[in-house]
Write a protein that binds this ligand. Structure first.
Ligand code: GDP
Ligand code: IMO
Ligand code: MG
Length: 428
């Protein structure tokens, strides 16, 4: 068997959680492979909304195992809050949730370091979610990190104190940010009990044995491909490989084990935090998209920056990920626009380009836009691709041709059921 992948093709928040939740029933195991509580994946069903940060989006399905893979970084405090909400929703999470022993832990001082680092950057700040992601991955690659498996070791407290002392040494005596270290630390140790009670596995053996036994595995990406540490808009990125190659490191599977790569894109584009965004709209249309799309961060509540869909950017991330199927989300947000647009090329350095420049931060880019007639009608009740208004189909057909990748699904609302399945093989 192979591992299918769902990931974001833009700057995050493409609607990955909704699509994973929808498709989860078809799989036996749903696994997160990177990122941590910087993610906010929203699920809406039976009139209720849930936001997941560390727990995979298959957790509400009864017969699926959800695995937090070794590539994920875990904050016991956020995880406990998430689990408390699952308990309140009467989800039998204990039988369905596994955690990789090799996943790294976010310490309170990682969050402290994140805050100090952002404050020091001033105007150049990344716009981090301040969840401690960057410092934790730095300790992982710096070979200093603490892992889930370590919490059961007799010398865990000693290891913790050593890493904390290192962090405090970096932070120094005059940190310029407020951080209640004693309070956060007390809570962190309390919350370790939840993590201790979860089933720990060696995810590489678990996944490979599951595949051998004929089980179907779905890998759930966090963030978006343009936030990838290597190929995103560096340095305005996150600290993990968000693209499909991250699945291999983040779960312990070979590249030949990757099956379908389902890339999610909004019908427009958003970004939260700092960094380049070539098609960003600063006018009333940008404001319209933010309002109509309820574009406020699921993790931080910050308003998301909004703009048109960007073909050079999508071609780039489709290439990097080896996307085999596309899913368009939030097409309903465009319902009431007279005219919509897509960027077809980037104008910079006196020429028109289909490829992204080395550094989007250093180049003044003017997107070349192609305009489309809006459909100016509701998509309520539309469940077939052919039943979409002709103008919507024209827009999608153009994008599908340019992106050279088939559209498998189109999402028409936040609710689980508001989804047009055009390619039935995604359900097989
Ligand atoms: P994720 O991080 O990729 O899982 O996405 P988020 O949950 O952060 O943000 C997507 C937002 O759009 C959430 O509020 C979803 O409930 C919502 N959403 C998802 N699909 C659709 C859709 O097709 N239409 C509309 N209007 N909202 C959607
Ligand atoms: P999901 O999984 C959107 C952004 C932050 C910031 C940058 C670095 O919900 O799509 P970090 O906290 O990782 O140091 O922040 O990345 N970012 C996201 N933007 N969706 C996310 O996750 C994000 N996770 C991080 O806003 O610009
Ligand atoms: Mg999100």
């Amino acid at each position: 068997m192979k591992v299918d992948v769902i990931l974001g093709l833009q700057w995050g928040d493409e609607g990955k959680g909704k699509i994973v939740d929808f498709l989860a029933e078809k799989y036996d195991v749903i696994a997160r492979f990177q990122g941590g509580p910087n993610a906010g994946h929203t699920l809406v069903f039976d009139g209720k909304k849930y936001v997941l940060h560390t727990v995979p989006s298959g957790i509400f399905r009864e017969n699926q195992i959800n695995l937090i893979g070794n590539g994920v970084v875990i904050d016991p405090i956020t995880l406990t809050k998430e689990i408390d909400k699952l308990i309140a929703a009467e989800v039998a999470y204990k039988d369905r949730l596994l955690v990789a022993r090799k996943a790294h832990l976010i310490l309170p001082t990682h969050r402290f370091l994140d805050a100090v680092s952002e404050a020091a950057k001033g105007k150049e700040k990344i716009g981090s979610t301040l969840k401690g992601i960057g410092p934790t991955y730095m300790d992982k690659t710096g070979r200093n990190g603490l892992r889930v498996g370590d919490i059961l070791l007799p010398n865990f407290k000693e290891k913790y104190e050593a890493l904390k002392a290192k962090h405090l040494g970096i932070i120094g005596d005059d940190p310029k940010v407020d951080f209640d270290l004693a309070g956060e630390e007390a809570r962190w140790f309390e919350c370790l009990s939840i993590l201790r009670e979860l089933k720990h596995v060696d995810s590489e053996y678990y996944i490979n044995n599951a595949l051998k036994a004929g089980k179907k595995v779905l890998a759930e990406g966090a963030q978006g491909s343009m936030l990838d540490i290597d190929f995103g808009t560096y340095p305005y990125v996150t600290s993990s490989n968000t693209i499909s190659s991250g699945v291999c490191n983040g779960l312990g599977i070979a590249p030949s084990r990757i099956g379908e790569v389902i890339g999610i894109t909004k019908a427009y584009c958003t970004r939260v935090g700092g960094g380049p965004f070539p098609t960003e709209l600063f006018d009333e249309t940008g404001e319209f998209l933010r309002k109509e799309g309820a574009e406020f961060g699921a993790t931080t509540g910050r308003p998301r920056r909004c703009g048109w869909i960007d073909i050079p950017q999508l071609k780039y991330t489709i290439m990097l990920n080896g996307v085999t199927k596309l899913v368009f989300t939030k097409i309903d947000v465009l319902n009431n626009l007279k005219e919509i647009a897509a960027a077809t090329h980037y104008n910079y350095d006196g020429g028109s380009h289909a490829e992204l420049p080395y550094d989007l931060c250093e180049v003044e880019i003017t997107p070349k836009l192609k305009h489309f007639k809006g459909w100016e009608s509701s998509l309520e009740g539309v469940m077939e691709y052919e039943a979409l208004p002709p103008a919507a189909r024209e827009f999608l057909a153009y994008l599908e041709k340019e992106l050279e990748t088939p559209i498998a699904m189109v999402s028409t609302g936040p609710e689980r059921k508001k989804l047009i399945v055009r390619d039935a093989s995604v359900l097989a």
